[in-house]
Design a protein around this ligand. Structure first.
Ligand code: SF4
Length: 391
């Protein structure tokens, strides 16, 4: 390990799933073994090629997300991890997460993850109610999730996240409460609790439109949605979890470092189709087309590799300040005036004073000394409040 000072997060995208969930608009598809093989080879080529320009960074978090990374053979994940370790300075105590879907993990895969240094698992459970899971098009039952979760514990994973979703079609406050209580009983270190976002052109959105046209209310109303949010907070806090971001809760010291880095605008590099990067305030993405990605990396030569990157932009000072505010304020601890000054050489109140006063008067934000953060009421309507910081 060298004495480098700049730190970097790595994200690796695995865009494959067993089948498509009805609400999903992520970049992920069911595919054949041949494509998986070619994709992993392309990923490895991209990881190697980018290392030349990033050799002076230390990597303190790595996240293998998707899609369903656990759908890949264990050998592929080991090969990817070996390549990353050979070409980047990975901190000894780096947080290394893999997203797993219940029903796609085996003891063999979990042991391989441990062997290659993966120390955190994020399970997409969403609900403990099998009817709700089926309705969402999830591939697993609650019982299958339990098997995967217990297997992960047996294989030695002591840092596990469980994803939960509220505001699902036909979900009631009672059924949601039961999901939260069952999850808490399992004692995971981290829980992410999001509301279902209905994305256009997904099967679920079309179905909801039809039902609404016929006068059927299928989604929980706003009051119930709000009750679910407060229930999450209440139950989790009673059970030793603290909320550290609008939708994220953790046991003390078990917050997700990778996501915190993102909210605090640390540099990150994304590998795989559609993956985004932010390095020295330069933002860029990787092409989203699988064929194009594989093809370019197959005939990889230094000069041609740039073809896989698109949407390049260098953020202006204003854009950086906006991001500092609307990402940083997602954290419950809020943002620091001193950090703002250090990064931008400007007083936060000189840039945002008027907006801050308005939000403080409306009891949507609290301001004290170095810190500025959202109040519970501000968190309630966070999208609206955060958009105020666009300059
Ligand atoms: S498992 Fe996740 S990425 Fe895959 S289809 Fe379902 S929601 Fe989308």
């Amino acid at each position: 390990m060298t004495n480098n000072t700049k730190s970097l997060e790595i994200y690796i995208h695995i865009p494959f799933c067993k089948s498509k969930c009805k609400y999903c608009d992520f970049l992920s598809v069911p595919t054949d073994d041949e494509t998986k093989h070619e994709y992993v080879n392309a990923l490895i080529a991209q990881i190697k090629s980018k290392s030349k320009e990033l050799h002076s960074y230390n990597v303190d978090t790595l996240f293998i997300g998707g899609g369903t990374p656990s759908i890949l053979k264990a050998d592929y994940i080991e090969e990817i991890m070996t390549t990353v370790r050979q070409h980047y300075n990975i901190f000894d105590n780096a947080e290394i997460t893999i997203e797993c879907n219940p029903g796609t993990v085996t003891k063999e895969k979990l042991s391989a993850y441990r062997r290659c240094g993966i120390n955190r698992i994020s399970f997409g459970l969403q609900s403990t109610d099998n009817k709700e899971l089926k309705f969402l098009g999830r591939i697993h039952t609650y019982e299958e999730f339990l098997q995967s979760y217990n297997m992960a514990r047996e294989c030695g994973f002591d840092n596990i996240n469980i994803d939960l979703m509220s505001a699902l079609p036909f979900q009631t406050v009672e059924s949601y409460k039961e999901s939260v209580l069952k999850v808490v009983k399992l004692d995971p270190e981290h829980i992410s609790a999001y509301s279902l976002i209905i994305e256009e052109s997904t099967p679920i959105s079309e179905w909801i439109e039809n039902e609404t046209r016929e006068g059927h209310e299928v989604l929980p109303n706003e009051d119930d949605e709000r009750t679910m949010y407060y229930l999450t907070k209440e139950i989790l806090e009673q059970n030793g979890y603290h909320q550290y971001e609008i939708s994220n809760f953790a046991k003390e010291g078990m917050e997700c470092k990778h996501n915190i880095g993102y909210w605090k605008r640390k540099d990150y590099i994304g590998f795989g189709i559609g993956a985004a990067s932010l390095v020295d305030n330069n933002r860029f993405g990787v092409v989203s087309e699988m064929d194009k990605y594989i093809d370019i990396l197959k005939r990889y030569k230094d000069e041609e590799l740039e073809e896989i990157y698109e949407n390049r932009e260098t953020l202006t000072g204003e854009e950086q300040m906006e991001e500092f505010m609307f990402l940083g304020l997602r954290m419950i601890e809020g943002v620091s005036r001193n950090s703002f000054k250090k990064i931008f050489n400007r007083d936060l109140d000189k840039v945002y004073g008027e907006i801050i006063n308005k939000l403080v008067l409306g009891n949507l934000m609290e301001s004290g000394g170095d810190t500025l953060r959202l109040t519970p009421r501000g968190i309630d309507i966070s999208n609206r409040v955060l958009s105020e910081f666009l300059l």
